[in-house]
Design a protein. Structure first.
Lengths: 415, 83
């Protein structure tokens, strides 16, 4: 037997170690459509509970929108279920080209290439456009998929302190001997919900002859006046060289991602990016749904405006109640608890109160920075947020954290 | 603390601590296991050492364990430094 008892024992010990460290992840089974109100079976085998979802990336509330579902049905009917091929053999339909053109127009770029996911886009893009003559200079809090993509690329790696423009400039000066410099950042950082200062980053890039890469997965569809993303918010549309983003969050939430940007860089990805070359692309049913999503959000800013209003309201409710939240303007609103066990206990108690949130702690965030990440949606109505804050206040009172600042919470619970 | 330890400690503080970070660093502060330096941003430290001390540190010797404290980092540097 190839999978020997010794091997099995080793994996058992490894998994037990993950459990003992409190890092074991368990799935929760949703028995309904993805929406503001969902039915969740947790723990496994329990009767599904009706809860308010405050932890989805369903920013625009389009995951289960009737028009998106109808468009997906039409796509299924007219273009089928699967392609059974990678793009460059016989896996590209007219609707893939149409979606890429629509994404290009929406993001304000020169060209776009679909990937099976944004994880794949980030895994493939750096290796496709850079080599050992170049340097990648990344914000230290970029998403894990970017870190993985950088590791696959032969260019030199460097990092700068989170959103620290002075440190970034030092690095740009240090690496002037390289052929190309690529600054790499998230648009909206997924754990803190803050925005990368793209106006300053672009100015530094232009001053020191560098290209700019932005992963706008947590921004596309709702950040900026018309929801085009962080580059729109900071007035630098057309000045970002590479944008990667996902169809798996605000833009319908199914799956799929893309590389969008300078025509030559996108073409290099079409020729060389391995996740594009060696796997099927986004299925026709998802392409059809995504086309409808772009049509809806290009026709009206109503959904992103509602999300913005919900975000302002929720931030005010939490602040007035005395919670310590990360300041910002995105629809990711972290409630800071600092202690990992406290974050897990509060999340569990909130679930019992009908509010679905998740605690995040090391290694997902830095040590001593444990939190509950709440995320708003245009699918939320005022009554959802009013019910949620009542539960937050009840649980916050139980743990005596309301009105307490960072030092006071740490003094009580440790880090 | 010798001169090399002082140099490395100063670099680590400047490169990795945020301005509002009031943690005090010593030569024995756990850097990687303590969450101050992560494996992703460790590359600049390795490059700094190689440039400053004119050495090449093989990746296998720049492990998270070997780079966990300023003391252990200096041990690695001395090992690859020409006598």
């Amino acid at each position: 037997m190839a999978f020997s008892q010794a091997a099995r024992d080793w994996y058992h010990r490894e998994l037990a170690g993950i459990r003992d460290a409190g890092l074991f992840k368990e799935e929760r089974f949703i028995h309904s459509l993805q929406d503001a109100d969902i039915e969740v079976e947790f723990p496994s085998g329990a009767k599904p509970a009706s809860v308010i979802n405050l932890c989805a990336n369903n920013y625009l509330g389009l995951s289960s929108h009737p028009e998106v579902i109808a468009a997906a049905h039409e796509g299924l009917r007219h273009r089928g279920y699967g392609m059974s091929s990678v793009r460059f053999i016989c896996g590209t339909q007219d609707i893939h080209r149409e979606l890429e053109r629509k994404l290009t127009a929406f993001l304000g770029t020169e060209d776009t290439l679909l990937f099976p996911s944004c994880m794949d886009a980030n895994a493939g893009v750096f290796e496709a456009v850079l080599n050992e003559q170049d340097v990648m200079i990344a914000d230290r809090l970029v998403h894990a998929s970017i870190v993985d993509g950088m590791r696959l690329c032969k260019a030199m790696q460097d990092t700068y302190k989170h959103a620290d423009m002075g440190h970034l400039e030092e690095k740009l000066v240090e690496h002037q001997d390289k052929r190309f410099r690529l600054i790499i950042t998230d648009g909206v950082f997924s754990m803190d919900g803050d925005l990368a200062p793209l106006d300053e980053i672009v100015a530094l890039a232009e001053k020191h002859n560098a290209m700019v890469f932005v992963d706008d997965s947590h921004a596309s569809g709702y950040i900026g006046k018309t929801g085009r993303g962080t580059h729109e918010h900071f007035g630098v549309l057309g000045r970002i060289d590479i944008i990667t983003t996902t169809l798996g969050k605000a833009l319908g939430g199914a799956s799929g991602g893309c590389v969008s940007g300078r025509a030559e860089l996108v073409e290099m990805c079409r020729q060389r990016a391995r996740p594009y070359l060696f796997s099927n692309t986004v299925a026709p049913v998802i392409v059809s749904g995504a086309l409808k999503v772009l049509e809806l959000i290009s026709a009206s800013t109503e959904r992103r405006d509602k999300l913005e209003a919900n975000t302002v309201y929720w931030r005010k409710l939490l602040t007035d109640a005395g919670f310590d939240i990360k300041k910002g303007s995105s629809s990711i609103v972290p409630v800071m608890l600092y202690n990992a066990k406290l974050a897990q206990d509060v999340a569990r108690d909130l679930f019992a109160e009908g509010i679905y949130v998740v605690g995040f702690f090391f290694p997902v965030v830095a040590k001593g920075q444990a939190r509950i990440r709440t995320q708003l949606s245009a699918a939320h109505e005022k009554h959802h947020l009013d019910r949620a804050i009542a539960a937050f206040i009840k649980v916050g009172t139980k743990y005596d954290i309301l009105g307490k600042n960072k030092a006071e919470i740490i003094a009580k619970y440790g880090t | 603390m010798d001169e090399m330890e002082q140099t490395v400690l100063a670099y680590v503080a400047k490169e990795y601590l945020e301005e509002d970070d009031d943690r005090e660093l010593t030569v024995d502060t756990p850097l990687i296991s303590g969450g101050i330096v992560d494996s992703f941003s460790m590359v600049s430290l390795k490059r700094f050492l190689e440039k400053k001390y004119q050495i090449q540190i093989p990746d296998a010797d720049a492990s998270a364990e070997a780079f966990d404290t300023v003391t252990s980092i200096c041990t690695v540097v001395r090992r690859f430094r020409p006598n």
